[in-house]
Design a protein around this ligand. Structure first.
Ligand code: GLC
Length: 493
């Protein structure tokens, strides 16, 4: 299929989903909500900061042996350059609050924005006009102000007396709560810094996250969120649950990551007892520690229906499962290897949906038990990807109108790389599974199990890189629920 055909499909998906989106009303999101301090960094300034502090050799060493956590300020600089060099996005934890102060005085931030998968998805869904119940462990005013007040309604459960009430974020503020700012150092593909005679260049735009947080890392569930969601769960179709990537191998209180995972599973089980049809999706996120990855995979994954990963996360998790071949190809966005990897995880954990999203395309596998037709899933993912493209294009979380405007602007370009990868995947599926190549190329999905859906991204000069995965994920899940409801509606003709 050519780029023009895909643009037509994008328009069609927008129409289909917009017509049905009102069929769903309410979503639950969890678990991590924080503030993102966004800072666009340039090569020259990082180079200057390193030179002024005489850190060239230390940084060069750390680029070869990344510490993957932040104990000194040079770890922040090393993290930025490490991500620049590989073009991948990583998140390292700040172990000393002093570093946060140094970040503030040396870099500062360009602006604050809603952060955390839960926080971002909440805003995306509210802008689509839904009612959303997020888990928010710390709600100082500065955090509450980052929830959008446009579109639908964001409501936060609180205990009053012995009952649960749902409040607007500003009414639910707890002034003494902590403020968690995660530093998002964004760079573009023009970034170049010279360190000791070596030039570190960014092959693509991306970001490095330096996180200071001591509540979300425990996957803390607000007690009122637990109670409040149990009251409404029978009316909810989809829960989006993330934040597991923030788990640490040790905690000062002696708890273990597995304890915190199990605590969330208890809640999942209680929800399922009250609603057997519930779909739960989790975004996996970047986890540096192999042992924690294993615990997340083995404990959490079997309890959800659907997961989302980017290319690096897919490669890392396959590594955890013992795979050593094909990981570099996955990082280089080979659709064939991505398909095989996603399928392996889907089968091992009996998931009904796995979506892999990267800069150039999204590939989703669903089983018939997921309860949606592959063509509707294609439209859902196109819709989610369009909203993500609109976020990249404008730098702000979009409404459906913004997404339409971005699509009509003519400034979004279908990824050429994706079209090539689609071809290769189609050839592979024809050879391995006898699926007619031309049909998959024309439709963008297969009709044999697992249903395979492939869509190219709409690329643009990005004004935002953070939150793209969360946007495609939440918007496509909302669309998926809407189109599922449409399919289930008795034929009115
Ligand atoms: C991670 C970061 C958070 C950021 C999010 C974006 O969860 O901790 O700060 O907003 O990723 O997906």
């Amino acid at each position: 299929m050519f780029a023009e055909d895909w643009t037509r499909k994008y328009f069609q998906a927008l129409k289909e989903v917009s017509e049905s989106i009102g069929l769903c009303r309410m979503f639950i999101t969890g678990l991590n909500t924080n503030i993102d301090g966004l800072r666009h960094v340039k090569g020259e300034e990082v180079e200057r900061i390193i030179a002024e502090r005489n850190l060239e050799r230390e940084i060069q060493h750390k680029l070869k042996h990344p510490p993957r956590e932040i104990r000194t300020f040079s770890d922040v600089l090393a993290g930025i350059l490490f991500c620049v060099k590989s073009g991948e996005g990583e998140e390292w934890f700040i172990r000393d609050p002093k570093i946060t102060e140094m970040n503030k005085s040396i870099f500062g931030y360009d602006r604050l924005r809603m952060g955390g998968q839960c926080g971002i998805m909440t805003n995306v869904l509210a802008l689509l006009n839904f009612r959303v119940i997020p888990n928010v462990v710390a709600l100082p005013r500065i955090q509450a102000e980052l929830f959008t007040t446009s579109g639908g309604e964001i409501i936060i459960p609180r205990t009053e007396g012995n009952r649960i009430v749902f409040k607007k974020p500003l009414e639910a503020v707890r002034g003494n709560d902590k403020t968690f700012i995660h530093w998002i150092f964004e760079f573009d593909d023009q970034f170049a810094a010279r360190i000791n005679g070596e030039t570190v260049r960014a092959p693509v735009e991306n970001r490095f996250i330096a996180t200071f947080d001591d509540e979300n890392i425990k996957l803390k569930i607000d007690p009122a969120f637990r109670e409040g969601t149990l009251e409404v769960i029978s009316r909810v179709g989809t829960v989006m649950l993330s934040g597991y990537h923030m788990l640490q191998s040790n905690y000062p209180d002696g708890s273990k990551p597995e304890d915190h995972i199990k605590n969330t599973i208890d809640l999942i089980k209680s929800w399922r007892e009250k609603n057997t049809e519930l779909r739960i999706h989790s975004e996996i996120g970047f986890v540096a520690d192999n042992k924690i990855r294993k615990s997340i995979l083995n404990l959490m994954t079997p309890n959800v229906n659907s997961i989302g990963l980017n290319e690096g996360e897919l490669a890392d998790n396959l590594y955890t499962l013992g795979q050593r071949d094909g990981l570099e190809e996955i990082r280089a966005l080979s659709a064939t290897k991505t398909y095989q990897g996603a399928r392996k995880i889907m089968e091992k954990y009996r998931l009904s949906r796995v979506i892999i999203h990267n800069r150039d395309y999204s590939l989703c596998l669903i089983s018939s038990s997921h309860g949606i037709k592959p063509q509707s899933e294609l439209h859902s993912i196109l819709f989610g990807a369009l909203l993500a493209a609109a976020l990249a294009y404008t730098g702000n979380f979009p409404t459906i109108k913004d997404a339409e405007k971005a699509l009509r602007s003519g400034e979004l370009k279908i990824s050429e790389k994706a079209l090539k990868e689609h071809q290769k995947l189609a050839t592979f599926l024809e050879n391995q599974e006898d699926y007619p190549k031309e049909k998959f190329l024309k439709d963008g999905f297969t009709v044999t199990e697992p249903f395979t859906i492939f869509i190219p991204s709409n690329l643009t000069e990005p004004r935002a890189t953070v939150g793209l995965g969360d946007t495609i994920c939440s918007a496509s899940l909302a669309a998926e629920e809407a189109l599922t409801r449409r399919e289930q509606k008795p034929n009115q003709n």
